[in-house]
Design a protein. Structure first.
Length: 131
């Protein structure tokens, strides 16, 4: 049941799966844009905007962000009547407009946990509704 709720949540959020392996309960999404859904941290490591999905680094010379994309990887593990949903943010590509050439940062950056919490809330509310 949790697997179906994860699929419903992804559909509701208009997140397109690139790879969906039903027998393994695995979804890898198409690259998703985070240009309008990222934040940075202050000097103490606190999020500047706690409503965003992704934390990106601030370049020391304050270069503006051109684009930011990443994949979500969602795995559902079930055992007896319990399920664990694991969500990872992968292959983040952030492109900054530096003076001479664009600077591209590639790696696994940090999720703020907002997406994961939103998915958790959706799954729990829909599991409760179906019981």
């Amino acid at each position: 049941l949790a697997w179906l709720q994860v699929q419903d949540f992804m559909t509701q959020e208009k997140i397109i799966p690139r790879f969906l392996k039903k027998k393994k309960y695995l979804i890898i999404t198409e690259p998703q844009s985070f240009k309008n859904d990222y934040t940075n941290e202050d000097a103490e490591g606190k999020l500047l905007d706690s409503t965003k999905y992704v934390v990106l680094p601030v370049l020391k010379y304050d270069a503006p962000l051109i684009s930011a994309t990443a994949h979500w990887i969602v795995k559902v593990h079930t055992h007896k009547k319990k399920a664990t949903v694991i969500v990872e943010l992968s292959k983040v590509v952030a492109l900054y407009d530096t003076k001479d050439d664009p600077t591209k940062l590639i790696g696994n950056k940090v999720s703020t946990g907002v997406f994961e919490k939103k998915m958790e809330t959706y799954i729990i509310s829909h599991l409760t509704d179906s019981q």
